[in-house]
Design a protein around this ligand. Structure first.
Ligand code: DC
Length: 644
């Protein structure tokens, strides 16, 4: 399964029901690293399935830990300091700042030289905040520029404990120092003026590492004693509170909603966003569960704007700032101006998230501006459907989906770059759709269905539309043709219903740049006159159709939506396709475009295709009909795109 590339959301569809978020990301990263350092095999249940944690997993594998996915859903990691070795290639942290900062702390404790890489956005993020303390401990850390941007080269070895006061409130920096401190000589002390996420110290204490946490001004001081040998500790990763914020805010801002998010981590400094929502007048409750997690329930009235009021949010309430994009949506629906102070750190997240939040709020029709490090959002009585691009930021993609649901009923939003959710929450759109029930207007991946007779221009148009939107394209005609080609190769008469149906049901078909069926590349033959003659019989076979329709739907799931061309796409395969196009052209023009086939052949195929019993060529009721005769490709494509 792949997350939708472009998510289409209809405003005003109430959210009702219960969801669970993926495993808490911060705990997941740490569980993986501690398991890699622990002597023996550790089992981790509920590990986050996002790309960030996958990057940490791949890194520990490259360092010699053995990673296995067990049948009970757990991930098993066999590790230990003695097992780990210098990786023979740079460790790719992808988009994950947590992976890079925590791994820097881990590898600093080994006498290796390790390079840590990131994608374009991670490569622009400052690493001096970890480089400086690690260097003070005795490691050499090199990056680009004054703020030590990735790639990072870390030469570790004999470390000395330090007493360090963090300048920026950052659990990642604290954790990097503590992880390095495990392998240092003497105690390591980290002082933070603002309390940040405490997972590292909590999990290390659970594993039996000697450490103490004391209050220090408004923050805390953590003192850790080195512990080269970590014991194996089985872990159940609770649900991610930052991810819960999107559903909880949906429960507050989408009219008539009631949302329950279960199994959520309820440690300190993680549910600050709930106090903010409660101050705004939202109906949100936290119920502790016996297993140490929490169930969060949010309900909304018929007109959320009347019940939500603006508030003031201090950055210290939301230490990681991860919940600001979701809270911004609540602020955009509240009466008055909500002020978020000291949120300048948002500028150095996956994208300039401060600018992205402003753009999102404005796109949906509320007002936002930034002065210095203060973000102000003035709510609107109603949000409006909008087009918004995540710029590759998972939290912006999810927040925008919630804003889009809160928009005026019937107004449609398009969220491009939605695939960014793979970073932390690949199933987000499915879980959101679960809350909106079976509603035909539930949030869904964009599918553009292009139907029409032979020679109407489907292939050319669908290719150009897909390229323009960054979507994949599926030529379903090539699927039917591949079955016809294979039947001919196997001497199965095309009208032998049962034999062709059995062939289609069992075949593995790949339709892309090459068309391959059961390992046979048929790209060259599917356009031959023989296949052209055989394919109508094959396509008239109802059992062949059922088998291929299932594959076509699976293709869209696996590709995050797409542009699909055929004869029955808008009517049968994707009745919920958000854009349906029925292309036609005059018979003369179609014959001209299909020069490889005789006019009589094309006419015969059209006749069979539109008169057969099983889902004949049909124009869906809600399709846009477009006659391409005499029109340029660009012109037609622009018209199709205008229907978005
Ligand atoms: O698009 P095309 O000419 O390559 O299609 C080949 C045949 O497959 C055509 O005769 C109709 C049939 N077809 C179909 O019945 N349903 C589809 N979704 C796609 C093609």
């Amino acid at each position: 399964m792949t997350a939708p590339r472009i998510l289409v959301v209809q405003g005003g569809v109430a959210c009702r029901g219960s969801v669970r978020t993926p495993g808490e990301k911060s705990i997941s990263h740490r569980a993986v690293l501690f398991a890699a350092l622990a002597e023996g095999t550790s089992a981790i249940y509920g590990l986050s399935d996002g790309a960030d944690v996958a990057a940490t997993l791949a890194a520990v594998e490259a360092m010699g830990a053995q990673v296995e996915r067990a049948s009970d859903g757990s991930v098993r990691i066999r590790g230990g300091r003695s097992r780990l070795h210098q990786p023979d290639h740079p460790l790719d942290c992808g988009n994950s700042g947590t992976s890079m900062r925590l791994l820097a702390g881990v590898v600093a404790g080994f006498a290796w030289e390790t390079t840590l890489l990131g994608d374009e956005s991670l490569s622009a993020r400052p690493m001096d905040r970890v480089a400086e303390p690690l260097a003070r401990m005795g490691a050499t850390v090199e990056g680009r520029g004054d703020d030590c941007r990735p790639p990072l080269r870390v030469r570790g070895g004999a470390l000395q404990g330090i007493d360090w006061t963090t300048e920026v409130a950052s659990a990642q920096v604290k954790s990097a120092i503590l992880l390095a401190g495990l392998a240092a000589v003497g105690p390591t002390v980290v002082r933070e003026a603002v309390t940040t996420r405490a997972h590292t110290e909590e999990m290390l204490a659970e594993a039996g590492v000697r450490l103490s946490v004391e209050p220090w001004g408004d923050g805390r001081v953590v003192t850790l004693h080195p512990s080269a040998l970590l014991p194996v500790t089985p872990r159940h990763v609770p649900g991610d509170p930052s991810a819960s914020a999107f559903f909880v805010v949906a429960g507050c801002v989408v009219p008539d909603s009631r949302v329950e998010v279960e199994g959520i981590y309820r440690g300190p400094a993680r549910l600050g966003y709930i106090s903010v929502l409660q101050r705004m007048g939202a109906q949100v409750t936290v119920t502790p569960a016996p297993d140490g997690t929490a169930t969060i329930t949010a309900t909304s009235a018929a007109r959320p704007h009347d019940t939500l009021t603006a508030t003031t949010v201090a950055a210290a309430e939301i230490p990681s700032l991860d919940e600001i994009p979701a809270l911004a949506v609540a602020a955009a629906m509240a009466r008055g101006t909500t002020v978020f102070s000291d949120v300048g750190e948002l500028r150095v997240k996956e994208v300039d998230r401060l600018a992205a939040v402003v753009a999102m709020v404005q796109a949906f029709g509320a007002t936002a501006h930034v002065e210095g490090d203060t973000l102000s959002i003035t709510g609107a009585a109603a949000l409006h459907g909008a087009r918004f691009d995540s710029q590759g930021d998972h939290r912006m993609a999810m927040a925008a989906a919630v804003a889009a649901l809160a928009a005026v009923p019937g107004e449609r939003s398009l969220i491009t770059g939605f695939g960014a959710v793979e970073t932390s929450y690949p199933r987000f759109a499915d879980d959101l759709a679960h809350l909106t029930g079976d509603d035909p207007l539930a949030p869904r991946a964009l599918v553009i269905a292009i139907d029409g007779p032979a020679g109407a221009g489907k292939s050319t148009v669908s290719k150009a539309v897909a390229a323009h939107l960054g979507l994949d394209r599926l030529d379903t005609g090539a699927m039917y043709r591949s079955v016809a080609a294979r039947a001919l190769a196997l001497d199965i008469p095309p009208d032998d219903h049962d034999a062709v149906a059995a062939l289609a049901a069992g075949a593995e078909i790949e339709v892309g740049a090459r068309v391959v069926i059961d390992g046979h590349d048929v790209t060259g033959v599917i356009r031959s006159p023989e296949v052209g003659r055989a394919v109508s019989d094959v396509a008239a076979n109802a059992d062949v159709r059922s088998a291929l329709v299932l594959r076509q739907r699976a293709w869209a799931k696996a590709h995050g939506g797409g542009v699909v061309e055929g004869r029955d796409i808008g009517s049968v395969v994707f009745p919920h396709a958000q854009v349906k196009v029925y292309l036609t052209a005059s018979p003369e023009e179609r014959a001209r475009r299909r020069r490889d086939e005789s006019p009589a052949g094309v006419a015969r195929r059209d006749r069979i295709d539109s008169t057969r019993a099983a889902s004949p060529l049909a124009e869906a009721d809600d399709a846009h009909r477009l006659d391409t005769t005499g029109r340029s490709v660009q012109d037609v494509v622009e018209e199709v795109l205008s229907w978005l």
